[in-house]
Design a protein around this ligand. Structure first.
Ligand SMILES: [Mn+2]
Length: 317
């Protein structure tokens, strides 16, 4: 592993229903992300933005029926193509041995960042930090929004749907390659899918019971049980309690405290196996709508940069 950091800016918003989440990558960078990384000893390699010209809310291909069951999935063509662009960049970056940081955008972009990393390293381990399960399929999803489905894609549960725009997704995660942390909102049909598949879930209940320190030890034990492997941290800002990270589209109370949120990133970084990270679902626009909430956007962006810094090796002492 070198000290080279490649950034993929993925201002993708079509995986959910609120405009503004596409402003995340630009604002993270404007507010000092690169300087923060450099101060931690990283050298910026590529800083690429995926081409989102085809991603418009008025797309004629929007909201097409997914398949014969009559269930719906929104923007599969646009998001499949965008994720393929992300995957190409992530695969190349992984083969270079650089650290890949993908900035969302909504959580659909992780299909690209993780799918791409899996093309290079099929044994990748994934730490998925989130308020939600993100395991819905078109049949179980109440909304049809792909940002609630990325783990269904990555675990292979979407394979039967044969969406052509996602046919580039070749390698899937096995249950021992994935842990979920901070979960507190799961749809009932989604819960069944997760249990059947055998997902390793450390919900807020386990964090309350054992503490974040013990939870992270157990999580790392699952991922590293057969020895070292590259790790990917997929961080949805909505895992953090809305008190500390309010500008996000699907807030759920009772989340990670400020320190728990950082500890997750620190604990993964400590393994020296972390090779890539996503930071997703910051929606600064939610704070800009009402000037009184402007500070919400600022503190959410600030927390985002701080969490990345922890994952890139920042330590208190
Ligand atoms: Mn998510």
């Amino acid at each position: 592993m070198t000290n080279k950091l490649n950034i993929i800016r993925a201002p993708v918003a079509l995986g959910q229903g609120l405009e503004g989440v596409d402003e995340g990558p630009g604002l993270l960078i404007q507010n000092g992300l690169i300087g923060t990384a450099e101060s931690l000893g990283w050298t910026l390699g590529r800083n690429a933005e995926i081409d989102i010209r085809n991603l418009t809310w008025n797309s004629p291909a929007a909201d097409v029926p997914a398949h014969q069951h009559g269930t719906r999935i929104k923007f599969p063509k646009e998001l499949g193509d965008a994720c393929q662009d992300i995957a190409r960049l992530a695969e190349v970056s992984s083969k270079e041995g650089a650290f890949t940081l993908t900035l969302g955008g909504d959580h659909s972009i992780a299909i690209g960042s993780i799918g791409g990393a899996l093309l290079s390293r099929p044994d990748l381990g994934v730490i998925w930090v989130d308020a939600h399960g993100d395991f819905n399929t078109p049949e179980t999803s109440p909304s049809g929004n792909i940002h609630g489905m990325p783990l269904a894609f990555l675990s292979g549960l979407m394979t039967p749907y044969q969406l052509p725009s996602f046919s580039w997704l070749k390698n899937h995660l096995r249950p021992e390659q994935l842990v979920l942390i901070g979960i507190r909102s799961i749809d009932s049909e989604e819960r069944k899918l997760m249990k059947e598949w055998g997902a390793n879930v450390f919900s807020m209940t386990e964090i309350d019971r054992y503490g974040i320190g013990e939870v992270m030890e157990q999580a790392k034990k699952i991922l590293l049980q057969n020895g070292p492997r590259p790790l990917h941290l997929s961080y949805d800002i909505d895992a953090v309690d809305p008190h500390f990270a309010p500008s996000t589209g699907t807030k759920v109370r009772g989340g990670l405290s400020y320190r728990e949120a950082h500890y997750v990133a620190e604990s993964v970084a400590e393994t020296c196996q972390l090779v890539s990270m996503d930071l997703v679902e910051i929606n600064p626009r939610l704070g800009y709508v009402d000037p009184a909430l402007r500070q919400d956007s600022n503190i959410t962006i600030e927390v985002g940069i701080e969490l990345i810094a922890s994952a890139l090796g920042k330590r208190i002492y």
